[in-house]
Write a protein that binds this ligand. Structure first.
Ligand SMILES: NC(=O)c1ccc[n+]([C@@H]2O[C@H](COP(=O)([O-])OP(=O)(O)OC[C@H]3O[C@@H](n4cnc5c(N)ncnc54)[C@H](OP(=O)(O)O)[C@@H]3O)[C@@H](O)[C@H]2O)c1
Length: 432
């Protein structure tokens, strides 16, 4: 039986899961691969988290990359600087590459995809988006015959945990974040997660594959969940909606929207019931119709499961002398005629919470400003009465243009009768 040698860079959380999986499931994998998939070298600068043969270990990643026996290099260091250099080195040396590094691919993917295409090596990155969920393979292969109409995903477990907990308990954001940090569900510096950047990294990778062109990370509109207020979660529930951080890509009339922001979805929508740290992606293809994928979006073994799936696929390609699959990578610009739609031109329904002084005529002032900006209201609730104090006036609008909404909000927030900035949340998945 042939042996396929794997070199691992970084044996932290995911790296040690991969080593464990390759060891524990060696017999099963040997049968499925038709070859022995073995760890030949491991580079780790810290303390290895599981016991391995010390002869496998080095602190120098280049030793792994330069080992002529290593067929596939697995980058599990993270970050975008050292990892970028090492990935490019591995590809230049003709090694197949597997990575779980979404930040690296979202920010420097083009360079890495092009290098892999030039060197005709395989590149696997299933674990970079939604941990255990085989979403890359599904978009790249299972749905290859479809025009993808839309992708809407809960792709960050930390923010889904926080929003779920806020929904269940009514606690404020800061309190739930502190609890999530204490339980290890959120990092000490939570900015990447709560600021929406991690979700945007995954969207960049997924949408570039789905729409066959490299989307610049800087072109993605990103808004995090830091300003989501428990009050709005409660109003959303009353109206039959949930608030989720969604990563959205949609094609409409030759234009592509790519955005990450807190979003209200009807509580009957498939994504609404995905709670806790779980991830889910809802995809609509023109032939396949609606599909929903859900599962664990992170964690040691769920992520290792996807890394090993890539290793098995690449091992098959090596054994059967199949040419590499790089032709499926988004190495160029979007297809002719497809452009990105600027945020101010997207269309959405909106939830608004205006904190208005309880005086006669305020509602007509606000609706007047909306009307002047071509925005019509579909429903209004006013809660409580408080003389001379501000009370929440909650509105749902029909579909409107984002730029018109932003203009209207500026004017509404300047009205004397409006006590604080109006909360505005986009609504998806509901019929107008
Ligand atoms: N954790 C998850 O659930 C998850 C899920 C999906 C994707 N990912 C991605 O997977 C990658 C790895 O994440 P992780 O959670 O496993 O990170 P991690 O626990 O921090 O592991 C990274 C390991 O790499 C080591 N390292 C750093 N620089 C090195 C170098 N130059 N050479 C060799 N080893 C080096 C680190 O050692 P030190 O202790 O010395 O720093 C650490 O042990 C990241 O790109 C992450 O985004 C993670």
């Amino acid at each position: 039986m042939k042996t396929i040698n794997v070199g691992i860079l970084g044996m932290g959380t995911v790296g040690s899961g991969v080593v464990k999986l390759l060891q524990d499931h060696a017999a099963l994998l040997d049968r499925r691969v038709g070859a022995r998939l073995r760890v030949r070298r491991i580079a780790e600068t810290g303390t290895p988290r599981i016991a391995v043969d010390p002869k496998l270990l080095t602190t120098d990643a280049m030793e792994v990359i330069n080992d002529p026996q290593v067929d596939i290099v697995v980058e599990l260091i993270g970050g975008t600087s050292v990892a970028r250099t090492l990935c490019l080195e591995a590809v230049q040396k003709g090694k197949h590459l597997v990575t779980a590094n979404k930040a690296l691919l979202a920010e420097h993917g083009l360079e890495i995809y092009q290098a892999a295409a030039t060197k005709r090596v395989d590149l696997g990155f299933e674990a970079s988006v939604c941990g255990a969920i085989p979403i890359i393979r599904s978009v790249r292969e299972g749905l290859v015959a479809n025009h993808i109409e839309s992708i809407m995903g809960i792709v960050n477990g930390t923010t889904n945990y926080i929003l779920t907990k806020m929904t269940e308990t009514g606690q404020p954001f800061a309190e739930v974040l502190a609890e999530a940090q204490a339980k290890g569900y959120a990092e000490a510096d939570p900015t990447l997660d709560v600021g929406g950047l991690d979700a945007a990294h995954k969207l960049q990778i997924l949408a570039s594959l789905a729409y066959n062109g490299y989307i610049r990370f800087s072109d993605i509109y990103i808004e995090g969940i830091q300003k989501v207020d428990a009050v709005d979660i409660a109003f959303a529930r009353e109206l039959g909606y949930r608030i989720k951080l969604l990563a959205i890509a949609k094609e409409d009339s030759g234009e592509l929207e790519v955005r990450v922001h807190p979003t209200m979805i009807p509580d009957t929508h498939l994504l609404a019931s995905v709670g806790g740290v779980y991830n889910a992606v809802h995809i609509r293809g023109d032939s396949a119709g609606s599909l929903m994928f859900s599962g664990r979006g992170a964690g040691q073994m769920p992520t290792a499961s996807s890394v090993v799936a890539d290793l098995v696929e690449i091992a098959h390609n090596i054994i059967f002398h199949r040419p590499s699959r790089v032709s499926l990578l988004p190495t160029g610009a979007m297809a002719e005629g497809v452009g990105l739609r600027p945020m101010e031109r997207i269309r959405s329904r909106y939830y608004l919470r205006v904190m208005a002084l309880d005086k006669p005529g305020v509602l007509s002032l606000v609706s007047g400003v909306l009307g002047e900006n071509q925005i019509s209201i579909s429903s209004v609730i006013q809660k409580g009465r408080a003389e001379q104090a501000a009370v929440p006036v909650v509105m749902l609008t029909h579909e409107a243009v984002e730029g018109d909404m932003q203009k209207a909000l500026k004017r509404i927030n300047h009205l004397d009768a409006v006590a604080q900035d109006t909360v505005c949340i986009r609504v998806e998945g509901a019929e107008d």
